[in-house]
Design a protein around this ligand. Structure first.
Ligand code: PRP
Length: 210
């Protein structure tokens, strides 16, 4: 049995559709209910719906053999897992954004609001810019509007949230997409099974791109 942690939400549904297409379906998962665990003995697979930011924890600690996590979470938390495949979905970017009129004069300490303190810290360290991190858990765009911070480091997908709040992207930090990850011990002891999943997904993604 392969245990797979799926990120709850739209990305998870896309990922499940891929897994189903490559032979790891579990029909019960499509029934709308509040269950979090689904199993299909025939295909040898068990799925857990977990909060997207928790997927890597389940995989790192071996509660799941595999999972799908955003590159943002992997960069931020640096979990001890193998990154097997870029799934080329859930694409967005990590960027610095601020009010349109804001320009960093590089004087004094820059106040940075973010859900991703480690990514922000290492970006500004590389740029030799002194910062004060203000860690928030959501609605980051409010911070510069209310004068809580000068800039934000956040995910930009369509850019709509920034636009609708009078902010704009100023610097790109890194491209983000969903990654297939594996527990290190599982990769050793369930190697054939995990490799089969990975290779089937790889082939499926390749087909899509043609
Ligand atoms: C993310 C991110 C931005 C928004 C970007 O927020 O923090 O707010 O999506 O998407 P866009 O460029 O397409 O507008 P999320 O929905 O995860 O909510 P939260 O960070 O406020 O919790």
């Amino acid at each position: 049995m392969i245990n797979i942690a799926l990120p709850k939400g739209r990305l998870g549904e896309k990922v499940y559709a891929i897994l189903e297409a490559v032979g790891y379906g579990c029909p019960a998962i499509r029934e709308t209910n509040r269950r979090l665990i689904f199993e299909n003995e025939e295909n040898g697979v068990r799925y857990f719906w977990v909060k997207p930011s928790d997927v890597a924890i389940y995989v790192e600690r071996g509660a799941a053999d595999m999972g799908i996590a955003g590159k943002d979470i992997l960069l931020e938390n640096d979990p001890e897992v193998y990154e097997l495949l870029d799934l080329d979905i859930g694409k967005c970017r990590m960027a610095v954004a601020a009010k349109k009129e804001f320009k960093d004069d590089r004087e004094g300490v820059l106040r940075v609001a973010t859900k991703f303190p480690n990514i922000a810290r290492s970006y500004y360290l590389e740029n030799s810019r002194e910062i004060d991190i203000i860690k928030l858990n959501g609605s980051i765009e409010l911070a510069p509007i209310l004068g809580l911070s000068d800039v934000i480091v956040d995910i930009v997908e369509t850019g709509a949230t920034l636009r609708e709040n009078g902010l704009e992207p100023k610097e790109d930090i890194v491209d983000i997409s969903a990654r297939l990850i594996a527990n290190k011990a599982s990769y050793k002891f369930k190697n054939t099974e995990l490799k089969t999943v990975t290779e089937r997904i790889r082939a499926h993604i390749g087909e899509d791109k043609k």
